[in-house]
Design a protein around this ligand. Structure first.
Ligand code: NOJ
Length: 721
């Protein structure tokens, strides 16, 4: 029996001409000027537009975009609703990636908060701001698991782990969509880039991928599965190919797996001009072929190519494309429009929002995202009376701190680090000594001489990450390394604060720094949070969502790899010196790692019942693993305990460790708490290459600790029956 929604969709469909149907599958970019606006109005009036993307260019994350214009969108919407024959509203989409006016940390950084509840709350605030400015649909979350920090788009994603990626995928979608995305302050979400884009070879954007089925099912697909299960409204297909087939033209991925296997019910939008790419990728010769291939594969909406609008009607008339396929795509689009409540109220209302509250949330999330990577001899936190000699290219930088993919955040509203440090020191005897531009290292040395400690504001510009902004070398610049060396030579404590969009390779600079704070591009609150961490007003608690390599040549280096064939292994923490001849293949900082100002100790793992049968597991029984976590240091703090498994013998090789659970808790100084984890059927299995999930009997090692290399382990056993 059809439900009311499907009946409504079919009723609309039955009244539509072929041209109007195709119109629903067309997305046009926002008008740049009056003439463009009039042209767009006329297309909308004729029923030729389903959606408008509020961007002008292919790489919206790096190019200047127009501010949102609510009056214009409402005017366009009025034409759709009142002047087009069917009166179907258009859907306005924008790249709301990690913030709107209030900018949250780049998604890679916020994954390191290991705090999905907080991420959800922050993205609800982002949704509210964007909705106020006319956005109804956000092209986010981007959940491309990635092993290559050269890839500029690593900033947009959740890092290297599928479990953490799935948690962040759900959190962002819930934040955007809430319980019901028809609410005015919610957005329809779009999970992307489906599928495998994060594996672009060599970190070169838009390049080919080489992905096994096992990697796809176990590493790449999980956050998309989580998104679909969380009810994501839409999916964006990716530019890359898998197995020589561009995803834009892959029925296997867009229909068989996405709809058949994952049971996705919303609509698929192509990436920007991705239909045209099919010609460059060498699988189609003509525009019409591109359109036919994409629709047959399962692309419901064509982002800005106009191939659907120019060719689909003729393709249907010639019999090349069955009209039923067009109908299906239209159904998918209408399902989302109806669920968004556009037929009830298509217009944008500026209801306002509490900006100060949103800025507090941005501060809170940045505070949980920054990672203290090194803190020798308790260099940090600094006493309030400290004279800080401040140098480095990012000390007065505003824009970079927001990160790439910021369309609506404002540089002039973003405090820089020097100001933030000065603010944090106000009322104390401390001071910031700084010489403005400090272009030369000699000038910086004069500053160093006047401080009790030296703080170096290091990092990279937002323009060296993001789309089409990859790097071949991810080390700090020579200038920064040499500045660090000179600072170190003064004999004073040296603190490096790294503002970055990717996990930079820090081996060359690390020996010169007594403390290192990875401050990321943490959005609107980057500078105040970094300053408050340095001065002890905040206790750092972010963890690495991705491995930090020592040097670019280490890439790819990730914790959840399968073992090497030889006993030495020669990778990550297992005999890493027995891999490359020049430097050990161990990470600079492993996945899950991050220091605090306080100390935590975790007891050995207790497990009352360490053997279960496969039947018992399938019936829902679980292993319960318990530890005591104690804050043995002097500060109240937050720790993220992580649970990893190793499937010791299976029918196929399994990773040396896999994250399967985490808990982030606050403990006052001296406090001790018992924490329990459960591990059951859902955590102990893996996907075979045909996508079937299996749990195989045998022995497993379970690890619980502060990062992926914890030695705190216990064995459990699954008996066959
Ligand atoms: C291309 C990017 O790959 C995608 O992530 C983005 O949403 C679209 N452009 C629209 O700007």
């Amino acid at each position: 029996m059809q439900n009311a929604l499907e009946l409504r969709i079919n009723e609309l469909l039955s009244q539509m001409t072929l041209g109007e149907k195709v119109g629903q599958l067309v997305q046009i970019s926002a008008p740049r000027d009056e003439a463009g606006k009039e042209r767009l109005k006329s297309r909308i009036r004729n029923g030729n537009v389903g959606s408008v993307i509020l961007a002008f260019s292919a790489t919206a994350g790096n190019d200047a975009q127009q501010d949102t214009q609510v009056e214009v969108y409402n005017e366009l919407q009025r034409v759709a609703v009142e002047e087009s024959r069917m009166g179907i509203p258009v859907l306005f989409g924008r790249d709301v990636i990690h913030g709107h006016r209030t900018v949250m940390p780049i998604p890679l950084a916020s994954a390191g908060s290991f705090n999905p509840e907080l991420v959800e709350k922050c993205y609800a605030a982002v949704a509210c701001e964007a909705a106020n400015d006319g956005v109804q649909w956000a092209f986010s979350p981007m959940v491309d698991v990635c092993h290559d920090p050269r890839w500029g788009r690593i900033i947009e994603g959740p890092g290297e782990d599928p479990y953490l990626a799935s948690a962040m995928s759900r959190a962002i979608i819930r934040g955007f969509q809430g319980e019901d995305y028809s609410e005015k302050d919610r957005l329809a979400a779009c999970v992307k880039h489906y599928l495998g884009y994060g594996a672009s070879e060599g970190g070169r954007d838009y390049h080919r991928t080489e992905l096994s089925d096992s990697t796809i099912y176990n590493l790449i697909l999980p956050p998309f599965r989580a998104a679909v299960d969380a009810g994501v409204a839409t999916v964006m297909s990716s530019f890359n190919d898998i197995n020589g087939q561009p995803v834009t033209s892959s029925k296997k991925y867009l229909t068989d797996i996405l709809r058949g296997y994952l049971n996705f019910r919303g609509f698929v939008v192509s990436d920007w001009a991705a239909l045209a790419n099919l010609r460059r990728q060498g699988v189609a010769e003509t525009e019409a072929q591109c359109a036919a291939m994409a629709l047959k594969a399962g692309v419901d909406m064509d982002m800005v190519d106009d191939y659907y609008s120019n060719h689909l009607q003729a393709l249907v008339r010639s019999g090349e494309v069955p009209e039923a396929l067009v109908d299906n795509a239209v159904r998918n689009v209408l399902r989302v429009k109806l669920s968004k409540g556009l037929f009830e109220d298509p217009y944008i209302h500026k209801n306002g929002y509490d900006r100060a509250a949103h800025l507090r949330m941005a501060y809170e999330l940045a505070a949980e995202s920054m990672i203290l990577l090194k803190n020798d001899d308790h260099t940090l936190p600094l006493a309030k009376h400290t004279k800080i000699a401040l140098a480095g290219p990012f000390k007065q930088e505003r824009r970079a701190l927001l990160g790439s993919w910021v369309l609506d955040g404002k540089e002039e509203e973003t405090p820089h680090f020097r100001e933030a440090l000065e603010n944090a020191l106000q009322g104390s005897e401390g001071a910031v000594i700084c010489n403005g531009e400090d272009i030369t290292e000699d000038a910086a040395e004069k500053v160093f001489a006047k401080g009790d400690v030296i703080v170096l504001a290091f990092g990279e510009s937002h323009l060296v990450s993001g789309e089409r902004h990859s790097l071949a070398d991810i080390e700090l610049t020579e200038h920064q390394i040499s500045l660090a060396r000179r600072a170190h030579n003064t004999g004073k404590p040296v603190i490096g604060v790294i503002f970055c969009g990717r996990p930079l390779a820090l081996q060359a600079v690390e020996p010169y720094l007594d403390a290192i704070l990875c401050a990321w591009h943490c959005g609107s609150a980057t500078a105040p949070v970094a300053a408050d961490i340095l001065l002890g007003n905040l206790v750092p608690n972010g963890k690495a969502p991705v491995t930090f390599v020592k040097t670019t040549g280490h890439i790819p280096l990730y914790y959840n790899a399968t073992p090497s064939a030889l006993a030495n292994n020669g990778y990550y923490d297992q005999n890493p010196e027995d891999c490359y001849l020049d430097i050990p293949a161990s990470p600079m900082y492993p996945f899950g790692y991050g220091l605090s100002y306080t100390d935590f100790t975790c007891s050995p793992i207790r497990c009352e019942q360490s053997t279960l049968t496969l039947e018992e597991l399938k019936a829902g029984e679980k292993f319960t693993l318990t530890v005591d976590l104690q804050n043995t240091g002097l500060y109240d703090g937050r720790e993220t305990l992580q649970l990893y498994i190793r499937d010791k013998v299976a029918s196929v090789m399994r990773p040396m460790r896999e994250l399967k659970a985490f808990q982030k808790v606050s403990l006052a100084a001296g406090e001790r708490r018992e924490l329990s984890f459960t591990v059951g059927y859902e955590q102990l299995g893996f996907y075979r290459e045909d996508g079937e999930y299996v749990v195989e009997p045998g022995g497993f090692d379970i690890y619980i600790g502060a990062h992926c290399l914890t030695r705190n382990q216990i064995a459990i056993q699954i008996k066959p029956c």
